[in-house]
Design a protein around this ligand. Structure first.
Ligand code: FAD
Length: 379
């Protein structure tokens, strides 16, 4: 019989690293297992930066989770004495009768969040280098910005270890079972036992939870870096993150950072990954073309010579909301999956929720809208 723990976490990426930290911080005997050595570039938590924002256009029920996520990012920054969140502000730009602008405004109104609204011409004046259709509305959320994605994962893992978590890397979980309140996890090296399990397998969630047939779709996404012709796009010049709703889809980007340039990507679209998730991302000329058309129209001072590209996975649910729930036939197994391309900002609070659910407590805010039940056929 292999070693025994209170809780095992499968996957130590964005969610799993935060879950291992939250569990170990509560003196829970924690084992974390990852098939690679995170932070790595094979899953969904790599590529330098992730946008964080509060006035959630996707669904206002995410806002309470975000308020707690912000607190927890601040906490880990204090513990680690390391800056992970860069408060650059975020411009959200699009038609006033679209999805993003009305969604941001209604989330902000419901939760009393501070959003500044301006016309496209005022935005051009205040943020030289920004452009767009003259009829679009521009919203500025000041308490938004970006997280350094790999550093967040590395920091949570380091401090999970310091709090006593045992972390195994380059070890593949090949099977797990839960019977009579005990979980047995079999890897390519050994077998472990625990009272509870957290499955945070990112784009491998369908594989790890194959007997549950989760309605997940893994999509390949691409990131591109460019440089500005003028210093106007640089973070040290006060350039913010941005998110556009355009007739060709959603596009987002970051200020130009010293080390690498300005990252930009298309949030919508993407090819469904066929076969096993392999971490390889062949170039997608159509995607890059759409990104460069977007830049030409909306960031006219960007030099359209791509400096670097990276690939990454979105794991989509049918309604693009996360799955955060315990399994119906195994309440000691918590699943966090299907983060649908917008989950990183939440990983601090999802880690806390995973720790609470797997130790028999309730989360600090409602997660009913993220339950597995919503996919059950209605009677
Ligand atoms: C291009 C791109 C841009 C994004 N932009 C944003 C953004 O701006 N803001 C935002 O909030 N979110 C964003 N996201 C989404 C966010 O990054 C993801 O939702 C989040 O990182 C997912 O974390 P995860 O823990 O679910 O997956 P991962 O970080 O991929 O972790 C899963 C881990 O499980 C391990 N694993 C899987 N199977 C096994 C097994 N059988 N045995 C052992 N280990 C296993 C893997 O090795 C991996 O380390 C973006 C995503 C992408 C791809």
């Amino acid at each position: 019989m292999g070693a025994s723990f209170d809780t095992i976490v499968i996957g130590l990426g964005g969610v799993g690293s935060a879950a291992a930290y939250a569990l170990a911080s509560q003196n829970v005997r924690t084992l974390g297992i990852d098939r690679f050595n995170p932070p790595h570039a094979r899953g969904s938590s790599h590529g330098e930066t992730r946008i964080i924002r509060k006035a959630y256009f996707e669904h206002p029920s995410y806002v309470p989770l975000l308020l707690r996520a912000y607190e927890l990012w601040q906490q880990i920054e204090c513990v680690a004495e390391q800056k992970l969140f860069h408060r650059t502000g975020l411009l959200e730009i699009g038609p006033s009768d679209g999805i993003v602008v009305p969604g941001v405004l209604s989330s902000a109104a419901l939760h009393g969040l501070d959003i500044e609204t301006m016309s496209m011409s005022e935005a051009r004046r205040r943020f030289p280098g920004i452009d767009g259709d003259a009829s679009w509305r521009v919203l500025l959320e000041r308490d938004a910005g970006y997280l350094n994605v790999e550093e967040c994962v590395a920091t949570y893992l380091k401090h999970a270890r310091l709090k006593g978590a045992e972390l195994k890397t380059d070890e593949l979980v090949v099977d797990w079972q839960s019977r009579h309140g005990t979980v047995v996890v079999r890897t390519d090296k050994t077998v472990y036992h625990a009272r509870s399990l957290v499955v945070a397998a990112g784009p491998w969630a369908s594989e790890t939870l194959s007997r549950y047939q989760l309605p997940l779709r893994v999509v390949r996404k691409h990131l591109y870096w460019y440089q500005g012709r003028t210093p106007g796009y640089r973070q040290d010049q006060g350039f913010p993150c941005y998110f556009y709703e355009t007739p060709h889809g959603y596009f987002y980007g970051f200020p130009e950072l010293d080390r690498s340039g300005a990252k930009v990507a298309r949030h919508s679209g993407g090819d469904v990954a066929q076969g096993p998730v392999d971490g390889l991302h062949p170039a997608d000329a159509d995607d890059r073309n759409l990104v460069e058309i977007f830049l030409k129209q909306n960031m006219p001072d960007m030099i359209l010579e791509c400096c670097q590209t990276r690939g990454c996975y979105y794991t989509m649910t049918p309604d693009e909301n996360f799955i955060v729930d315990c399994l119906p036939d195994a309440p000691n197994v918590t699943v966090i999956a299907g983060l649908s391309g917008h989950g990183f900002k939440f990983t601090s609070v999802l880690g806390e929720i995973a720790a609470l659910l797997s130790t028999g407590y309730h989360p600090p805010c409602s997660i009913d809208f993220l339950s597995l039940r919503r996919f059950e056929p209605s009677p």
